[in-house]
Design a protein around this ligand. Structure first.
Ligand SMILES: Cc1ncc(COP(=O)(O)O)c(C=O)c1O
Length: 402
């Protein structure tokens, strides 16, 4: 039931009765959280044809073409395609740091820590910033004892503070790897994410901006890292079957490369579309009480792999209340990254101490629907639903507590 309209910042937000209070759902047929964009099948098969007919199913010319195109686009000396971001992180870390501790944010996807663990490295978890959700470099600095490396994530596709981390790594002679799973197409100031640190590793899994089905890309300006990842993706075998170290099977297949090359052709359009959608979300949520979008540093370009909001501590509704109220509207959401990695069962043996900022962030975040083809009026519908939930916060809270 509409209850009149109120001004957002420039755009009009319709005030309506939240579905949690008996209003009709904003999306009666449901609104998906993400919809992977698959490039046209004919284009993929046409591209794959030559490799397929020659029986070159893995690590062939399409993989080479993808690597070249990406290196050019990112402005880095080397890109090595691998089977996943996780395996790319593992191979990079293994080469850069044979043993010891690696400091990384807890507010990240589990695979960031898993990669370190599988290299025999002990993860040491650092805090995040409450507004950007990026690793807190001052906190990380205090945890560097016995560490040989730092592994930082560009959270939700927004660049993390790379300059501070590079300065810290140089000062303490640490390996520095970026988990850039979300960040293909992001820019720090005028510079593409991809060339920072010793290596940056992207993911091509289905919810990313460039998809391969599965896949990862290791970008580096260091020839030794590129060589180690090339050998390492092939068991450690440089081609003579005399393995230089125990590697993995982390090759990328030609099938995946064909999908990724077609998907890459659409990256700029997808970046633009996501930014347009993020701008509408930001504009409409600007003066909605209790809700703040992830802060992105001025001058940076986020990929908006995820568009994530934080529910403020003083707000009468908890994050879970807002998720439930959005679900009543038919809106699918995710709570990335909850639980944070240090609190997951997989890392209980480390007995990590509490990370209050990270825990508060994990308790308060909601990632909203975001994908390139998300209709703009659906973005407006989600923002309107949030505005009306916020407007009726006390009543929604009472209803959900019944
Ligand atoms: C931050 C982050 N790192 C690593 C990964 C793992 O990527 P992949 O599935 O390509 O191994 C993901 C997956 O979504 C991720 O979100």
């Amino acid at each position: 039931m509409d209850q009149g309209r109120t001004e957002g910042s420039g755009r009009q937000i319709a005030m309506r009765q939240p579905a949690a209070l008996g209003g009709s759902p904003a999306f009666p047929d449901g609104l998906a959280f993400a919809r992977p964009f698959t490039p046209p099948l004919e284009a993929v098969t046409a591209r794959l044809g030559a490799s397929y007919e020659r029986g070159m199913l893995t690590n062939g010319p399409l993989v080479g073409e993808l690597e070249e195109r990406m290196a050019e686009r990112l402005g880095v000396a080397h890109v090595v395609a691998v089977a996943s971001c996780t395996s790319g992180l593992m191979l990079s870390l293994r080469h850069l740091q044979a043993a010891g501790k690696v400091v990384l944010p807890s507010f990240t996807f589990s695979a960031t820590a898993h990669a370190a663990h599988w290299c025999g490295l002990e993860p040491v978890f650092a805090e995040c910033r409450p507004d950007t959700f990026q690793v807190d470099v001052d906190d990380l600095r205090r945890r560097l004892d016995d560490a040989g490396g730092v592994l930082a994530t560009h959270v939700f596709g927004a660049p993390c503070p790379v300059e501070k981390l590079e300065a810290l790594a140089a000062e303490h002679e640490l390996a520095l790897v970026f988990d850039a799973a979300h960040a293909l197409g992001a820019r720090r100031g005028g510079t593409s994410v991809g060339g920072f640190g010793d290596a940056e590793v992207f993911s091509l899994s289905p919810t990313k901006l460039v998809v391969g089905g599965e896949g990862g890309l290791v970008a580096t300006n260091r020839p030794d890292v590129a060589e180690a990842v090339r050998f390492g993706r092939d068991y450690g075998n440089p081609g003579d079957y005399d393995c230089r170290f125990p590697g993995l099977n982390a090759r990328m297949s030609e099938l995946h490369a064909a999908v990724a090359l077609e998907s890459l052709a659409m990256l700029d359009e997808h970046l633009e579309r996501r930014q347009e959608r993020a701008a509408v979300y930001c504009k409409l949520l600007d003066d909605v009480e209790g809700i703040s979008p992830q802060a992105v540093d001025a001058g940076d370009v986020s990929t908006y792999k995820d568009f994530t909001i934080r529910i403020e501590g003083h707000f009468p509704l908890t994050r879970d209340d807002v998720v439930a109220a959005l679900a009543a509207e038919g809106i699918d959401t995710r709570c990335y990254f909850h639980p944070p990695v240090h609190a997951q069962q997989a890392y209980a043996h480390l007995g990590a101490s509490s990370l209050p900022v990270t825990e508060a962030a994990a308790q308060r975040v909601i990632s909203l629907p975001m994908f390139a083809r998300l209709p703009l009026d659906a973005v407006e519908g989600v923002a309107e639903a949030l505005a009306s939930i916020s407007e009726h916060a006390e009543q929604v809270h009472d209803r959900l507590s019944d």
